[in-house]
Design a protein around this ligand. Structure first.
Ligand code: SAH
Ligand code: F3S
Length: 443
């Protein structure tokens, strides 16, 4: 047991540092946590070594994230010895949490539903794990910390009702809750007033957003439509869309508004019906292909990205080949690819056999990554010679004389800086392409 009461007395300055690992959902959560702490008299430190509280915000969707975090904690052990308080926030399996507490590597764990409890740690609570149901609808938008940042994230739902058999999210983040549309719209307006030019609406499954009121029911397409109209100069993105829940209304709304970006992230996971069934994904390969066709019919210039997982339980070579043939059919713009790792608590962990050997998982993963790279290059090359409207996001990391931004399809474009600034919208003529970047010149 850690004697945190004596530690707390060291916290007169209460300065905190937050490290973020993982996805956009984590970035958004770090902003919520920062907002809560700032409103409770804490100070945000820019220097890890000078702060007396370090928050690690990570996720346990894949085992790799847990391993990365463990390594980081090992490396920072010397700070913990100096009585810096280590708090882990995010979703983790019970086993993982207990092992870290046992080894005295961490002081507190806070689940995604309990961020509001973090200040209570300093007011003498004895609890080590916090869990509650929470939507954070009432947490104010954080004041801009990084001046030049022009893209922002906003949760519109939390949790997930889908129960894919491999996925830990429904256990760590709970059942789905949709946020109040009035608050969402208000927050989008605040973001715009603070200088953000783009907002990404976040949820595990944004298409199932639903707000039920005495007088009306509001669906995701309605919400998108309202935000697009209220903020005509704000770029709107959203993620993630579950193929099962994507409606024609959403597609028509995307098409209707110029400021809703023409990109859909549509995780497929596998191209094999047998595997999709075992995963409890509620669509078939055929449904998915039809949906892609519908997207392209309604929004012809829409880019499509994916998540694919290799080596799920009982995946045979012919299932893997089904995934390959699906990829060849669709030729996605880009994608995120993973090899399956069993997560404690999930149906697959408890009831299915993780029976694909690691070396086969790795080989299959390598094959799909290679294939995706070739498709990405093919898709990127389609833009050569075309004029793209680009929102400038920053200086190119490789060369300070270049800027980078993204087009509506969420593809990165790099071009010479000239006299333009971050936040400007410019037209860039694409001259060259790699599988990850378009290269051009402002016209
Ligand atoms: N809500 C999203 C997925 C969230 S998790 C959806 O509808 O698909 C992000 C991605 O992580 C998933 O799409 C999946 O490809 C991957 N993933 C989830 N659990 C995993 C596991 N146990 N092992 C490997 N990859 C996993
Ligand atoms: Fe996970 Fe499936 Fe929901 S992947 S987040 S249970 S849609």
């Amino acid at each position: 047991m850690i004697e945190f009461d004596s530690k707390i007395s060291n916290f007169n300055k209460k300065s905190f540092y937050i490290e973020n690992y993982g996805c956009q959902m984590n970035t958004s959560d770090s902003e919520i946590i920062t907002s809560i702490l700032l409103n409770n008299g804490f100070f945000l430190s820019k220097n890890l070594y000078k702060s007396n509280i370090i928050l690690f915000n990570s996720c346990s969707v894949r085992k790799k994230a847990e391993l990365t975090l463990k390594k980081r904690l090992e490396n920072l052990k010397f700070l913990k010895k100096k009585k810096v308080l280590f708090i882990i926030v995010g979703c983790f399996s019970k086993e993982f949490k207990e092992s870290l507490i046992e080894k005295n590597m961490v002081d507190f764990f806070v689940n995604p539903d309990s961020y509001k409890e973090i200040p209570n740690i300093f007011f003498g609570t004895k609890k080590k794990f916090f869990r509650k149901r929470e939507s954070y609808d009432d947490i104010p938008i954080l004041k801009k910390i990084i001046d030049k940042k022009i893209t922002s994230f906003l949760n519109i739902t939390r949790g997930c009702n889908n129960m894919c058999t491999f996925c830990i999210v429904p256990f760590t983040r709970g059942r789905e809750v949709s946020n109040n549309p009035t608050n969402i719209i208000e927050k989008c307006k605040i973001l715009y007033e603070r200088g953000y030019k783009e907002v990404t609406l976040l949820g595990q499954n944004v298409d199932s957003y639903k707000w039920v009121n005495k007088n009306y029911v509001l669906y995701f397409s309605d919400l998108l439509d309202i935000i697009a109209k209220e903020l005509p100069f704000m770029r709107i993105r959203f993620t993630t869309s579950n193929p099962h829940d994507m409606s024609k209304n959403v597609l028509e709304t995307i098409y209707k508004h110029k400021n809703i970006c023409k990109h859909i992230h549509l995780p497929v996971q596998s191209g094999s019906n047998k595997i999709l069934k075992l995963m409890n994904r509620k669509y078939s390969r055929e449904d998915y292909i039809l949906l892609i066709k519908k997207i392209k019919d309604i929004i012809p210039n829409c880019s499509i990205s994916h998540d694919i997982m290799t080596g799920f339980c009982n995946e045979e070579e012919k299932d893997h080949l089904d995934t390959i043939s699906l990829m060849n059919k669709i030729k996605y713009n880009y994608g995120y690819m993973f090899s399956y790792s069993p997560r404690p608590g999930t149906y697959a962990y408890k009831k299915l056999y993780n029976n694909v050997p690691e070396y086969i998982k790795k080989r299959r993963l390598k094959e799909i990554i290679k294939l995706q790279n070739s498709h990405s290059l093919l898709r990127m090359k389609e833009y050569i010679g075309k004029l793209q409207e680009v929102l400038i996001e920053g200086l190119s990391k490789k060369n300070n004389n270049f800027l980078y931004g993204r087009n509506t399809q969420n593809l990165v474009i790099v071009f010479p800086k000239k006299h333009f600034n971050i936040g400007d919208t410019v037209f860039v003529k694409v001259k060259k392409a790699t599988s990850a970047t378009l290269i051009g010149d402002i016209i």
